[in-house]
Design a binder for this molecule. Structure first.
Ligand code: SF4
Ligand code: SF4
Length: 85
């Protein structure tokens, strides 16, 4: 399991989440999705995230979810993070 950053981060990218992550697994990326679109945002490395949940309440735009709680319309962000790392 891992936490996942979704659409609302795009255009905000304030990095409040980066400041609290104890394992430094949140990185700014320009990633290409399976849909061919380019995503310029912060992404969580799912292999390094320890599921501590500290980042979630820090996000001013509620972009971060536990992967089991990601709203259906944002589920492609789970795959995007997996591809990006
Ligand atoms: S859940 Fe914890 S380890 Fe995972 S990205 Fe957020 S702060 Fe980092
Ligand atoms: S706190 Fe939210 S908006 Fe800010 S960089 Fe992290 S995910 Fe993006």
């Amino acid at each position: 399991m891992a936490y996942v950053i979704t659409e609302a981060c795009i255009g905000v990218k304030d990095k409040s989440c980066v400041a609290v992550c104890p394992v430094d697994c949140i990185h700014e990326k320009i990633a290409e999705g399976e849909d061919g679109k380019t995503y310029d945002m912060l992404l969580i490395n799912p292999d390094e995230c320890i599921d501590c949940g500290l980042c979630e309440p820090e996000c001013p735009v509620t972009a971060i979810f536990a992967d089991s709680d990601v709203p259906k319309q944002y589920e492609h962000y789970i795959k995007l993070a997996a591809i990006a790392f």
